[in-house]
Ligand binder design. Structure first.
Ligand SMILES: [Zn+2]
Length: 304
């Protein structure tokens, strides 16, 4: 997950001017104008739990280009959980890009920040308390892993990147998650090293995010008609297949609760060799793609 891999690629069709203010007539982005202060990067937070191995040996073909009998290896349950959490978070991040495109939403700020905010709000809404915190925690850890990798390689952040710096995304996710229920997430804030001065405004940040995106979410939840999201996958290894099932579950979850005004496709597949992208939304094709190299890299980079 180096800086040369971005988590998404957005297309060209975007509402970028006030002329595009659409029929929903709301201001979305107040919640999206998250503070741009770059906070200090955190230390590696070694997880002390012993790695739990799945008792059932899985056939895991490490090299998806390899032909023949898959190599039999055990999937590490803790590493896969890191994959699951990041896949879910990234799914809702990409869904935000899709909604912005197909609903022609105004975005008065950085779209990448808006997508991160949407992901936290949706996870908080759709999952039980413990899992919601775990998923958002895993997503934040994913950015921390990226930051640590970059630092260990002596690389600096590319300030021309449309995404915010990894550790700012980490703290934004942590802050919003804590702000969703500060009365019961104090331990989470402490574990994730959320500074007190930032913590003081997290409840207000989450409230603004929930209210802003809430208008969109209510719109697609109340819709009487719409198009379901379709899903396809061409995963090869056991790891990839199981990760694809995570995404398929989220597609079903969204289809049960929401109706989108236009069709949307989601696929998990092997992307072109040398592809710089892990997951991206393709405007014009209305399609979210998860590259299998993203799954493999998440599993490989999962914190111990
Ligand atoms: Zn994005």
């Amino acid at each position: 997950m180096s800086k040369f891999h971005t988590r998404c690629l957005t297309g060209m069709a975007r509402c970028r001017s006030k002329l595009c203010m659409n029929k929903l007539g709301f201001i979305l982005s107040i919640a999206l104008l998250v503070p741009m202060t770059v906070l200090a990067e955190g230390r590696v937070n070694k997880q002390v739990d012993k790695t739990e191995k799945e008792t059932l040996t899985q056939a895991h073909q490490q090299d998806e280009g390899k032909q023949g009998k898959p190599e039999a290896v055990a999937l590490d349950a803790k590493r896969f959980e890191f994959v699951r959490r990041n896949m879910i978070s990234t799914f809702y991040h990409e869904l935000a890009h899709a909604l912005i495109d197909i609903m022609d939403l105004p975005v008065l700020g950085q779209e990448e920040d808006a997508a991160d905010v949407f992901s936290v709000v949706m996870v908080d809404r759709l999952f039980e308390e413990a899992d919601a915190v775990a998923i958002n925690s895993g997503a934040a850890r994913g950015f921390e892993v990226d930051a640590i990798k970059m630092r260990s390689r002596g690389r600096e952040w590319d300030w021309t990147d449309e995404h915010g710096p990894d550790m700012q995304r980490y703290y934004n996710i942590v802050c919003l998650t804590y702000g969703g229920a500060p009365e019961r997430r104090a331990d989470f804030a402490e574990e994730m090293r959320l500074p007190e001065d930032r913590a003081e405004i997290c409840e207000a940040e989450f409230s603004m995010a929930k209210n802003s995106w809430g208008l969109i979410i209510k719109h697609i939840a109340d819709a009487k008609t719409g198009k379901p999201i379709s899903f396809s996958e061409s995963a090869r290894s056991t790891l990839q297949i199981r990760a694809a099932q995570v995404i398929e579950t989220e597609v079903k979850r969204v289809n049960e609760k929401f109706k989108l005004p236009r069709r949307l496709r989601v696929t998990v597949k092997r992307c072109a060799r040398g592809s710089n992208f892990y997951a991206f939304y393709s405007s014009g094709r209305e399609k979210i793609t998860f590259c299998t190299n993203y799954i493999d890299e998440l599993y490989r980079d999962a914190p111990e």
